[in-house]
Design a binder for this molecule. Structure first.
Ligand SMILES: C[S@@+](CC[C@H](N)C(=O)[O-])C[C@H]1O[C@@H](n2cnc3c(N)ncnc32)[C@H](O)[C@@H]1O
Length: 265
């Protein structure tokens, strides 16, 4: 079967499965099978597709497996990060943390807590090569993915296996960032998130506030005197997290509360 014949069939099946952008995803699946980019698919409709390989991928997507896990990567701040089911798929909203961090003039030592794929730490190191960037995660499997991404993208990061600050005794940072798990277990979630992304990356106790509460109780010991903390938050958590850190709430492009920034001074 040619690409031109397969795309409409795949599009209809993905649409039936409730996928929001079925044609685009069909093109991306075809390009993954052929190991080419999407432009090639659009300009070479006559190319023959390995139907068995394509069928396997489309069945995985029909069963709500996230596209990023099937393709094995997700773009973040213009770079490609490898992902697998041990890490959260980087979200566009998280780029707001990067934009805020890059406004800081002279930050030298930076810590990313709950690094997952490494997208925050690696992006900051590549954007500010003179920064000393550290990253921790409680998941060894996630750290492995982050290390691979750092190596592929050429970012020198100090990685530590750590439960929040537990492995960082005596260290101080000018900037601490975190996109922690912040979803309450009771909250409704799309099947493709709840059934496929790692629970340690998604859920926190106390209606999703537990990690913020733990960070609020301990972060001062790990921040330098005029240090800054930048946290991603769920859209209903602005007031609670801003109060915990005496911080300021920033909104994302959709107008939702998304980040809390606080300084020690
Ligand atoms: C929401 S994901 C964020 C991943 C990545 N920073 C991003 O923005 O895409 C949260 C990450 O925090 C990690 N994590 C959860 N609890 C932790 C803890 N107590 N200490 C360190 N990392 C933790 C999870 O393993 C997961 O990788």
């Amino acid at each position: 079967m040619t690409v031109a014949e397969w795309i409409p069939i795949a599009t209809a099946r993905l649409e039936q499965a409730g996928i929001a952008s079925p044609r685009l995803e069909a093109q991306l699946l075809a390009s993954h099978v052929l190991l080419v980019d999407r432009t090639y698919i659009l300009t070479h409709p006559e190319v023959e597709l390995n139907e068995l390989a394509a069928e396997t991928l489309i069945q995985r997507r029909e069963s709500q497996e996230p596209l990023a896990y099937i393709l094995g990567f997700r773009e973040f701040y213009g770079r490609r990060f490898r992902v697998d089911p041990s890490v959260l798929i980087p979200r566009q909203e998280t780029e707001l943390l990067i934009e805020e961090a890059l406004k800081l003039p002279e930050t030298l030592r930076v810590l990313d807590i709950g690094t997952g794929s490494g997208c925050i730490a690696i992006t900051l190191k590549l954007e500010r090569p003179d920064w000393d960037v550290w990253a921790v995660d409680i998941s060894g499997a996630a750290l492995q993915v982050a290390r691979e991404n750092a190596e592929t993208l050429g970012a020198e990061i100090t990685f530590r296996h750590s439960d929040l600050f537990s492995g960082l005794e005596g260290e101080k940072f000018d900037l601490i960032l975190s996109n922690p798990p912040y979803i309450g277990v009771e909250e409704p979630l799309p099947e493709e998130v709840r059934n496929h992304e790692p629970a340690t990356a998604l859920f926190a106790d106390n209606h999703g506030l537990d990690i913020y509460q733990q960070l609020a109780a301990t972060h001062r010991d790990y921040l330098t005197e005029e240090g800054t903390i930048i946290l991603e938050i769920g859209q209903t958590q602005g007031a609670a997290v801003a109060q915990l850190f005496n911080g300021q709430i920033l909104k994302d492009l959709s107008g939702n509360d998304r980040v809390v920034v606080a300084c020690l001074i």
